[in-house]
Design a protein around this ligand. Sequence first.
Ligand code: CO8
Length: 258
Amino acid sequence: MADYETILVEQRGPVTLITLNRPKALNALNSQVMDELTNALAAYDADDSQGCAVLTGSEKAFAAGADIKEMCELDFADVYNRDFFAGYDRFTATRKPVIAAVAGYALGGGCELAMMCDFILAADTAKFGQPEIKLAVTPGMGGSQRLTRAVGKAKAMEMCLTGRMMDVHEAERAGLVSRILPGDELVAEAIKTAELIAGMAPIAVKANKEMVNAAFETTLQQGVMFERRLFHGIFGTQDQTEGMAAFIEKRPGNWKGK
Ligand code: CO8
């Protein structure tokens, strides 16, 4: 496995566990984190032995945002010419699922990174916010768009304009978080959930992810058609035949990924 400096990557059976590892900077996301994270996810996506990934941080911080110390010297020409943060498009290009396991602060880029994952499991300590306005900037990794889609305009607008943080209960009520867990069970429960997903037929996993994501990009009619066509296509897989036979024969499915 590649050597990384800002993240830890472990394979736990079929689950890739990625831990952000810049504790002194509360896992602030600099360019090195972005490169290492997107490389690790590309390797995970390409590895047939891996079926689901979990991305986590520390107990204190999932990530406290983009690295302000890296950004503070940059001017418009720097960020525009480098298309700053465009590297994260590689993150969202991951075709297999990625679960965010969030404890502590998920602020700015940290909240945006959690929202790039397929769903968020959160510890009771988790706090979410887009405080960029306090630095006289704006979200830059998709926060204004993904937060608005996740929690609606009223809350997203208030959070972006005031920088107020949501605690985990508010985040769950608002639909940002799928489940709240006790802090000491967060990573274990996320891995258990990831194992469950990794045990499903791989093509069906990718297809389900693609379909749900399509709901953010299309009209209802186009989305329903996209779903139906992918559903039709799944009937060309060996795993569909096996899955239905296994149900009728009351046994677990034996997936081929074909
Ligand atoms: N970047 C760099 N370093 C950070 C960051 C960060 N985002 N967050 C914390 N750190 C560092 C601190 O500087 C400190 O380092 P040092 O010990 O060397 O002083 C260390 O981490 C510990 O932090 P604190 O001492 O501040 O810890 P506290 O427990 O007192 O406070 C907070 C925790 C509340 C999380 C506080 O650290 C904080 O407010 N952090 C900044 C949060 C923030 O503003 N995040 C948004 C950043 S901007 C962004 O994500 C997107 C910008 C998009 C711009 C688009 C440009 C193209």
